[in-house]
Design a protein around this ligand. Sequence first.
Ligand code: CA
Length: 231
Amino acid sequence: MAVNILLVEDEPGIQELLKFNLTQAGHRITVTGDAEQALQFLRHGLPDVILLDWMLPGMSGIDLCRRLRSDERYQPVPIIMLTARGEERDKVLGLDTGADDYITKPFSPRELVSRIKAVLRRRAPQMTGEPVEIDGLRLDPASHRVQGGGQPLELGPTEFRLLHFFMTHPERVHSRTQLLDQVWGDDVFVEERTVDVHIRRLRLALEPSGHAGLIQTVRGAGYRFSAGVGR
Ligand code: CA
């Protein structure tokens, strides 16, 4: 899986090392040298993972992490802190701030690559490409097939991605904005009511096997995929 990575790091040596190794591992990496640049980049697009250096000129990595975690738009993006300090206290502070993981410098690029994978498996299971099955509804990303109670269901590409996201993030309410970011990506400009249109189509597609009720409308908040109810 190719992962879009944003590296926020001011040391040229580490920038080069990571750019080389992460590209070799098949990932796409964008490098920014400080928090302000990173924020500017993030306004235009969300990466799959942020690698965030602790000590940055200007706003520190910890402050940037805190800021991203307090903003709904950035909450789904996993953050791995890069720190030169080995102190337990700092690691705890990093995780308290909302980082998903931390790695202490110097680290091996290979270790970082496996940490990235682990964080994504935990935070963004829709990126790992494994089949998901909930309540007799089965989605296989590899073959792009959906089955309900063993029978094939026909879904358009957007409905497929939407269902994949829901099934890998069940029992949570997702706002329309979050769904747009996660399912449509932010390169495209779409209005929030587009989400409603595709939700309607998705429900229709799930009706033949009786799974339409798994997609619930949460008034004033968004949508939720919830198993075991409404069938
Ligand atoms: Ca630094």
